[in-house]
Write a protein that binds this ligand. Structure first.
Ligand SMILES: Cc1ncc(COP(=O)(O)O)c(C=O)c1O
Length: 402
């Protein structure tokens, strides 16, 4: 008889689990849909598919704003937002919140825009009062746009977009309010019109469960009007050529992304079958609360702790977990090489100090509980201190919703 403890092989040889904050897990249905052969891009079928996509997507952002789909990752949507509304030498205010808003600002600087960063914390949300203070000082309205993220993927924070809008209004400031929902789109509640957002940028590879390659952008009337004076307009990304479309081709400023359109159509159908975007948001909230319950249970002084202390400021798409004296690199290695679980690496200032669990998109309790149970097993195998069982806490959190 074999003594299995003496054999020592890795346990990873089942289906691996990627608990990453994007690209997220792509449903088999979406992958199969994307394997369809190419169709005539001028056919009624393709035109109708585009019309369905352009009619359905804005419902997920709760907006009637103009929809654009750059064939790009999120960076392309960032660039589209900047170059359609701003001119060389304009100033933008970046609301620092982890990594990604600052990177958007770096792109703006490379495009000839003056960038001011309003410093923020790595451990909490944007301070709306600080935004108002800064805008109050800008009496000549030098700041033309305000850039921020709803969720920052590095630190796992969720910013209060309506509170930031209220701060802008309180300062009676006319700057365009641009919000990056790349990590949060399809995961966190978002009401573009009600919250007074002028431009929303998102992408398909996280909550929308489609392989990277499509950006999404919504521009309200104020943003569309800003295009008239913008001198950073770039031919391919200029949204004018994509408005008032007569030929399907024009939506995409060229050949439509046929496979991605099939994939996105299938993903949108899945969202509808689930009960609509509110049901999807609700599932994210429950699964995120299971992850949070686990992290809080594991927490010990000097060991594991959630990066964002207050639950109400945590993202329902990704959780960043500080590991203190526990070696985050070793934890990730054990999970991946011994157990087939891929965790997100710490990024930005949190490299080496954190790991991240992505809980965005196509996920259900066995996937989340499997992830948490595996992290717990890895912690135990490393002899790492944990407060109490995160797996039990997560199961309890989910039990309340079953
Ligand atoms: C919040 C946020 N903004 C922007 C980006 C950049 O998107 P992309 O890598 O698709 O260009 C990411 C990517 O992870 C992100 O999480």
């Amino acid at each position: 008889m074999n003594d299995s403890s003496q054999v020592g092989g890795s346990l990873k040889y089942g289906r691996s689990m990627e608990a990453l904050p994007g690209p997220s897990i792509i449903p088999d249905r979406v992958l199969r849909a994307m394997a369809a052969p190419m169709r005539d891009i001028y056919s009624d079928e393709m035109m109708e598919m585009s019309q369905h996509i352009f009619a359905t997507l804005p419902q997920l952002a709760h907006t009637t704003a103009e929809t654009f789909i750059p064939i790009s990752n999120g960076h392309g949507a960032w660039q589209m937002a900047l170059c359609n509304t701003l001119s060389r030498g304009d100033t933008v205010l970046v609301l620092e919140s982890g990594r990604f808003a600052v990177i958007w600002g770096e792109m703006a600087a490379l495009s000839g825009i003056e960038v001011e960063v309003l410093p923020g914390s790595d451990r909490g949300p944007i301070d709306a009062a600080a935004v108002q203070d800064r805008l109050d000082q800008d009496v000549d309205h030098e700041i033309k746009a305000i850039l921020c993220v709803q969720t920052d993927t590095a630190i796992g924070v969720r910013n209060d977009i309506s509170a930031i809008r209220a701060a802008i209004d309180a300062a009676s400031h006319p700057a365009l309010f641009m919000v990056d929902c790349i990590a949060s789109f399809g995961c966190e509640p978002f009401y573009m019109d009600d919250w007074g957002v002028d431009i929303t940028v998102a992408a398909c590879q996280k909550g929308l469960m489609v392989p990277p390659g499509l950006g999404f952008l919504w521009a309200n009337d104020k943003a569309v009007a800003a295009n008239e004076s913008a001198d950073l307009r770039i031919g391919y990304l200029d949204w004018n050529s994509r408005m008032n479309v007569k030929v399907h081709y024009e939506y995409y400023a060229g050949t439509p992304p046929v496979s991605h359109m099939y994939g996105l159509t299938e993903a949108l159908a899945m969202i509808e079958e689930e009960g609509g975007i509110e049901a999807v948001w609700n599932r994210h909230t429950i699964l995120a609360s299971a992850v949070w319950a686990a992290v809080e249970a594991w927490s010990t002084p000097g060991g594991i702790e959630p990066n964002i202390e207050d639950r109400s400021n945590r993202s329902t798409a990704v959780t960043a977990i500080r590991t203190g004296s526990i070696d985050a690199t070793e934890l990730r290695r054990v999970c991946q090489e011994r157990a087939g679980l891929v965790l997100g690496v710490g990024i930005g200032d949190l490299v080496g100090e954190t790991f991240r669990i992505g809980h965005m998109g196509h996920l259900n309790p066995p996937m989340i509980l499997g992830t948490i149970g595996t992290v717990e097993a890895a912690l135990l195998s490393m002899g790492s201190p944990i407060g109490s069982s995160g797996a039990a806490a997560a199961a309890e959190a989910i039990s309340a919703a079953l």
